[in-house]
Design a protein around this ligand. Structure first.
Ligand SMILES: C[S@@+](CC[C@H](N)C(=O)[O-])C[C@H]1O[C@@H](n2cnc3c(N)ncnc32)[C@H](O)[C@@H]1O
Length: 277
């Protein structure tokens, strides 16, 4: 397992360097305030007002979304296992003068590394996170561990149904069943060709290892920690490009023509940690 994680970490260190200069992330517009907040509107609505709340962002990459939550009023901590990602997040926070804490650790080690006995008001994670994690129950325990009693957890993520189809090198509407829907023990290992933010970027020699998790497995893992599931919303759009979709004027990606709306492509879930009785 350590070798899989080490290999994935090399991928994310390389992708961070690529992403910092990419049009996809357009860090300049975040830096100069032209586009100061990157959290999607529906996420802001579903999470609610974060003013004065403490927020832990799991798998925060180089902190754009974390710092966006800070601009919306939260006191933020971001965590990620990529040293390059965390170094970039810290320097971006400094450049834009936003107070933030960034912690470099593997997700499963985070409870041992980040000492936060009182927990956070909000634990947040989004956009391409679960497929890097081998153990969905272990993930759910980390989520629950960092929540305050009465606190909330929110995830906005690609839908496991959408993740089962080949998403590169296919035509819009071409649904080619390629990956397992449910959890598998051994990872699916693929050579990396560029990144989702820049398909032409040089990434020779990098291998990514991924794991799939069905929606029922994700929800059940959270419920079994004692969290109360407040909602599970399934959306007919993806927030990132899948080659079998087409981009709409709203920047979201949908199935083309009359296929639109017939399958879920992303989901969001909110859960609450009950107050101790
Ligand atoms: C797709 S990114 C999250 C994207 C982020 N929402 C954004 O758009 O910037 C997934 C993140 O998970 C992190 N990651 C992958 N495996 C991890 C692990 N085992 N522990 C901690 N972080 C991990 C990667 O370093 C990467 O930053």
């Amino acid at each position: 397992m350590d070798e899989y994680l080490a290999s994935n970490r090399r991928v994310w260190d390389a992708w961070t360097r690529i992403h910092l200069d990419s049009a996809f992330y357009d860090v300049d517009s975040f830096r100069d305030g032209e586009r100061p907040v990157r959290i999607r509107d529906y996420e802001q609505e579903e999470v609610g007002d974060v003013t004065g709340k403490t927020l832990l962002h799991l798998q925060c990459h180089f902190g754009l979304d974390t710092l966006s939550w800070a601009r919306l009023g939260a006191t933020v901590t971001g965590a990620d296992f990529s040293q390059e990602g965390i170094a970039a997040a810290r320097s971006l926070a400094e450049e834009v003068a936003i107070p933030a804490t960034f912690v470099c650790a593997d997700l499963y080690d985070l409870p041992a590394v980040l000492d936060r006995a009182e927990g956070f008001d909000i634990v947040y994670t989004s956009a391409g996170v679960l497929g890097w994690l081998p153990d969905i129950e272990g993930w759910a325990h980390v989520v629950e561990h960092f929540m305050k009693p009465g606190g909330l957890f929110y995830i906005a993520e690609g839908h496991p149904v959408a993740m089962a189809f080949e998403n590169e090198g296919v035509e819009p509407g071409e649904l080619r069943l390629q990956y397992p829907y449910w959890t598998h023990r051994e990872p699916i290992s693929l050579e990396v060709h560029g990144s989702y933010a820049d398909r032409q970027a040089p990434t020779e020699g990098l291998i990514e290892h991924g794991w799939d998790h069905g929606l029922g497995e994700i929800v059940t893992a959270l419920a079994q920690t004692g969290l109360r599931i407040d909602f599970l919303h399934e959306f007919p759009f993806s927030i990132w490009n899948l080659d079998f979709t087409v981009e709409g004027p709203d920047g979201r990606f949908r199935l083309p023509g009359d296929m639109d709306g017939r399958l879920p492509l992303s989901f969001s879930l909110k859960a609450t940690k009950p107050l101790a009785s």
